[in-house]
Design a protein around this ligand. Structure first.
Ligand code: G3H
Ligand code: 13P
Ligand code: ZN
Length: 340
């Protein structure tokens, strides 16, 4: 089937009370891992690429690799999503490249670093929504700013600073009304990358109650949790056991995400857990078999390790078993939905 708009997947998830993991990719093996997991669990798929991923891989590779995934898995609906678009042009070029969904992250200025104003965010996001909906492409916006930094993207806020940029529920309501986004990313104390929390997070640093409040006010808006890797201890241990240096850290517990799913969270972004799984698997081969030099010797276990993480999240978030039950629409068919 053709790539589907993300809105279709999130609407179905809302109707049936589950969440969908959105997985970042940069190369063929990561796409294959996701599809292995989705096939095994009959899961709908959100594959997302950041600006960094587009630069690393090139849109033509990304698009054709994701189209190959669709061709080989005709029964699984796949949305191709731009993660953290920083400007109108970035979103428009993604739409040109056949992304079926884009994120306009106007919570930060165009440099992707400095937290922006509400007015800037609402205005730029509205422009993206107008352009995207005209061709049936879905849009995710963000209100409030996350902590952490990844390859130049992100405000680089410390955990304490990030707490000052949590989503304000009044602004969230206003933002949805002002922009018409399909999905809303909220800042509730999570951050990108491996170093999220110094202890298993409690309610004072991971504000799940804020999600519940936003959902009360916006029951029909699909909420998105970024920075939602769980950073499992066993993945940290494997890396360290085989010569790596990951300092003790804590992620977002899966059970907290499951609590969020009960309160309107429909899209959960996970990248770091897969990076950890891949790195651990490759380090293991390098340490145990230093004579090996065929990339397949370490990329096959790396792909398998990422597939295991993806599968576990698909099951935990409840999307497993739903791929075949979704009545899909193309972007073209979504144009009518938005003009009504
Ligand atoms: O937003 C963060 C994602 O993990 C993507 O990271 O910008 O390093 O590709 P990246
Ligand atoms: P993690 O770094 O927690 O995997 O978050 C990824 C993310 O939010 C991508 O947008
Ligand atoms: Zn993110």
């Amino acid at each position: 089937m053709p790539l589907v708009p993300m809105r279709i997947l999130l609407d179905h998830a809302a109707e049936n009370g589950y969440g969908v993991v959105a997985l970042n990719v940069n190369n063929m093996e990561q796409i294959q891992s996701i599809m292995m997991a989705a096939r095994e669990t009959d899961s709908p798929v959100i594959i997302q690429a950041s600006r960094g991923a587009r630069k690393y891989s090139n849109d033509a590779y990304l698009r054709n690799l994701i189209l190959a995934a669709a061709e080989l898995n005709p029964d699984l609906p796949i949305a191709m999503h731009l993660d953290h678009g920083n400007a109108l042009d970035t979103c428009l070029s993604a739409i040109d490249q056949k992304f079926t969904s884009v994120m306009m992250d106007g919570s930060l200025s165009e440099d992707g670093k400095v937290p922006s104003t509400y007015e800037y965010n609402a205005e730029i996001t509205r422009k993206v929504v107008d352009a995207a909906h005209a061709v049936g492409v879905s849009v995710e916006g963000e209100i409030g700013a996350l902590g952490g930094i990844e390859d130049g993207h992100g405000a680089g806020l410390s955990q304490e600073e990030a707490m000052e940029h949590l989503t304000d529920p009044d602004q969230a309501e206003q933002f949805v009304a002002d922009t018409g986004v399909d999905a809303l990313a909220v800042a509730i104390g999570t951050s990108h990358g491996a170093y999220k929390f110094t202890h298993k997070p409690t309610g004072d640093v991971l504000k799940m109650d804020l999600i519940e409040e936003i959902h009360r006010r916006l029951p029909n808006t699909h909420l998105v949790m970024h920075g939602s890797s769980s950073v499992p201890q066993e993945l940290q241990d494997i890396i360290n056991q085989f010569g790596g240096d990951i300092k003790q850290t804590f992620g977002v517990p899966v059970e907290e995400i499951q609590r969020g799913i009960k309160s309107g969270v429909r899209k959960i972004n996970v990248d770091t857990d897969n990076r950890l799984a891949i790195t651990g698997a490759i380090r293991k081969v390098f340490m145990e078999s230093p004579g090996k030099f065929d990339p397949r010797d370490y990329l096959v276990p790396a792909r398998e390790a990422m597939a295991q993480v993806c599968k576990a999240r698909m099951i935990a978030f409840g999307q497993a078993g739903y791929a075949g039950k979704i009545k899909v629409k193309t972007c073209k068919e979504m144009v009518d939905f938005y003009t009504k």
